[in-house]
Design a protein around this ligand. Structure first.
Ligand SMILES: [Zn+2]
Length: 76
């Protein structure tokens, strides 16, 4: 595995798959399937959407840097 591939794996490991869940579903993130409060179900209060957007941004930056590299990221 190249350093570039390793970096991408590390960044991907920060991707979150679960919205915050509380035993009392009222306090879960509204986007969690078990939420039963009154907030908009499309609203995320736990930061998952924001955190994953950062993961995507980081991957895009890496991709951009790879495009700039003379060897197209084959080495490293
Ligand atoms: Zn959430």
């Amino acid at each position: 595995m190249s350093k570039l591939e390793k970096l991408i794996v590390i960044i991907e490991s920060f991707r979150r798959t679960q919205h915050y869940e509380c035993e009392d579903g009222f306090y879960s993130c509204p986007s969690h399937p078990d939420y039963f409060g009154n907030d908009d179900r499309t609203f995320c209060s736990c930061g998952l959407v924001r955190d994953n957007a950062k993961v995507d941004e980081a991957l895009q930056i890496v991709q951009g840097l790879t495009m700039l590299a003379p060897d197209k990221g084959q080495a490293a």
